[in-house]
Design a protein around this ligand. Structure first.
Ligand code: BV8
Length: 252
């Protein structure tokens, strides 16, 4: 469906500035050239990222996991925020009502586009933490020398991301669930809706009465449960929805 023929209920929610929550996944960074997790290309040297994004992988082979994340950082540094990131940052600035961005992405592109209050469910590539006591370190710099870099306590440092099998930061998931419950409109963009507990958020919102719109060129595990599936790229559809909400700056 083109956004020119949006359902009246969605247009009313966009134009009224009703409380809005936006959940993004790796697909929102696809048009910036970053590989998605479950894309056809497999993310890294044919390895399954999910097999690398685990504490066990890090324990078994910290060097390979570090090389994976160093590659992810180089990819993210070479990427630019695309119109979806820019429109969401402009929307957050222009919103008169509640606007909450919740992202599963760790690439930092939302922040580089200007988003200030994004809830980062899965952490960030751009901070490190001790693999023993989890205290966070300064942002990563490539010239740290031999991989894996070591904490002052001697333990290997790790990226400050949430790996599979690890709990999400309590504050992040609780505030994301609250935003989902309080939203009148939820946009779910660029996610296969396969990773929990993030994938539960649109369902929490819908159960609380929200109108849920999915933005994705493909059908996903969520598609049968949303009010509207806008089949297409986030880089085109998110700015168009922002324009309907009266967001004029940024790429909207
Ligand atoms: C936990 C950080 C418990 C690292 C990531 C039920 C409840 C709770 C947990 C589970 C559960 N069932 C299973 C679990 C376990 C697991 C899980 O969900 N497994 C799945 C695979 C079945 N969950 C966990 O382990 C979570 N932890 O629950 O802990 C606990 C509690 C207490 C104590 C101990 C333990 C942790 C999950 C977080 C894992 N970390 N990332 C890193 O990034 O390296 S997840 C990783 O997947 C990324 O963050 C990624 O964003 C995320 C989700 O993937 P998507 O973003 O959706 O990306 P994907 O490639 O799948 O899809 C891209 C989509 O974009 C596609 O649909 C495509 O069509 C679309 N697209 C492409 N181009 C575009 C586009 N869309 C729009 N525009 C385009 N241009």
């Amino acid at each position: 469906m083109e956004t020119a023929t949006l359902p009246p209920r969605l247009l009313a929610l966009l134009e009224s500035g009703a409380p809005l929550a936006v959940l993004t996944g790796a697909g929102v960074s696809a048009e910036s050239g970053l590989a998605t997790f479950r894309g056809p290309q497999g993310m890294w040297e044919g390895l399954d990222p999910a097999s690398l994004a685990t504490p066990q992988a890090f324990q078994n082979d910290p060097l390979t996991v570090w090389r994976f994340y160093a590659w992810r950082r180089r990819q993210a540094l070479a990427a630019e925020p695309n119109p979806a990131h820019v429109a969401l940052a402009a929307w957050e600035s222009a919103a008169t009502g509640r606007f909450q961005l919740v992202t599963q992405n760790v690439d930092g592109l939302h922040e580089r586009a200007g988003s200030r209050g994004a809830i980062r469910l899965h952490g960030t590539l751009w901070r490190l933490r001790c693999s023993v006591d989890a205290h966070e370190h300064d942002d990563f710099r490539e010239e740290l020398g031999p991989l894996p870099p070591r904490c002052t306590c001697g333990a290997p440092l790790r990226p400050a991301v949430v790996w599979f099998g690890e709990p999400l930061p309590t504050a992040a998931i609780e505030s994301a669930e609250r935003a989902a419950r309080e939203a009148a409109l939820v946009l779910v963009a660029g996610t296969s809706s396969t990773v929990y507990p993030a994938a539960a958020l649109p369902r929490i919102a819908r159960a609380a009465g929200a109108y849920v719109v999915e933005i994705n060129p493909e059908a996903t595990a969520l598609t049968s449960e949303v009010d509207l599936h806008l089949r297409g790229a986030a880089g085109r559809l998110v700015p168009e929805l922002a324009r309907h909400a009266g967001v004029t700056s940024g790429s909207a």
